[in-house]
Design a protein around this ligand. Sequence first.
Ligand code: F6R
Length: 587
Amino acid sequence: MCGIIAGISNPIAPILLEGLKRVEYRGYDSVGIATVSDGKILMKKDVGRIEALEAKYAVSTMPGSVGIAHTRWATHGGVTTANAHPHLSCDESIAVVHNGIIENYLELRSTLAKRGHVFRSETDTEVIAHLIEQASKRERDPLQATLKALKRVKGQYAVVVMFAHHPDLLIGARNDAPLVVGLGKREFFLASDVLAFISRTDRAVFLENMDVACISPRGLKVYNMQGKEVKRKVTQLAWELADVSKQDFAHYTLKEIHEQPETVQRAMLQDPRKLEAFASAIRNAGTVLLTASGSSFHAALLLKGRLNREAKVRCDAVLAGEFDHQAHFVDKDTVMIAFSQSGETADVLEAVKRGREAGARILAVVNAVGSTLARESDSVLLLNCGPEVGVAATKSFTAQVMVGNMIADAVLGRRTVGDPKKLAGQVEETLESEATIKDVALRFRDRPDFYFIARGPHYPVAQEGALKLKELSYIHAEGIPASELKHGTLALIEKGTPVVVIARSGDGFDAIISNATELKARGAEIIGVSDVEHPVFSYRVPIPSCNESVSPVLEVIPLQLLAYHMAVSRSNDPDYPRNLAKSVTVR
Ligand code: F6R
């Protein structure tokens, strides 16, 4: 969703532009930047890409050592230049960028309009600039005026405010949306994501909800909403700069798919004591509830399967966004495990909040260190897969599967996941099928529908394959259990319909081959993802034979590559799929 980067350094504009480019993976439709120079706010904004804004206005040469910048993903108000951030007060002395949603903005807007404020956009954000302007009429101190304004705001926000009359100050505040401070050498930043400033500093302060941070050339001070100073710890970030470049790959998504031999091993670097803490919480729980959204939910489903099947644990999995409707049984005997790459998905955070209110113990499997989910959980296992820039989850999904496997193994008191090096070798071998997958993509790129079928423990992989294809290629796709075909979906199969069949040898192989045969008899083209050859396959994407618990990792990689190559063959940008954002921070 929206990205914020703001900072103090001289000159600030080129740093803000670089920061914007690093957060553009979050998804956006318009972009803007403002600096303070000679007691005035200078601002440039437009719909479209950062490069276009740069080319149109030469923004990198904007003067000033204090600035704010933003990538917008429209929620309130269409995609227009006026709606792009920053937003200004009437007298143009206050500029604001914001992520989140101001729930009472209509009410605030009408009150402010009655007091003579003139609005230039349709956004909820603009009310913040006018509220601070209104408060400044009685309160000259910018911190006090901002606090007064924010007390009237209901909703979620990460907001950064810049003042023409206080040209060395930036104020940031957060409530249920991420905001991080970067502490550099005589330079300071406020951003929605550490990636925005990681090329300048690896020292960060993750703000807590309702924190208000003031940065100036003198440093950082953090206050609570009552204006009392509070102390926050400095985190040393471990992510390397190299991790956020594309290296020699055409896209981040492809690079991240190819990083998986390394990242599955890193996912297995878990502290045995923490794993045991998870396992003992699960063993002693009345009920275990897994929750997540999107791809992370598919990884959670794989863990649910193993806990049910192998450990006989009473376990359910509920989509985070459906929590209110399907999780009324959660109580103090429940252990909730939330899966999230970003740790900032609004639905997941809300589900966890509800679970906490009902007395549940909260455990989390997260990639982003310092994220809200990581901080708000009782215990955390990290994915260790480094920053994932491509919007589609790839390496984070396989890392989640491996961490889920380690949790299940810890509950069972045995090891099924095997040797990390061996798994890495199997992942390498799977990636060698890329040329075959490229051929499949070219052959089927114009088909309107795709189906993915699997049985039992492999079904979440079919769901994940369909999700990847939808989001990257914009082709309609469904992942269904093969057992459900005859209950409806078979009616959609006609000559040439591509069906990806996940057919690992062993239990269930004969049954899935029989489903594939029925599909073929109705004209389907069968693309088998399998460790063995079979005549029913029109195309076979080979995967190595392996243990059942790690099989989903090897099965999903060809599906990630298929989605990627379909996207490229249809001239889509796989890193930035239309309408989607990497971190879904609004509900
Ligand atoms: C799919 C995808 C999304 C995310 C979902 C949850 O490729 O990326 O479906 O999986 O938005 O995000 P996290 O894991 O950050 O909570």
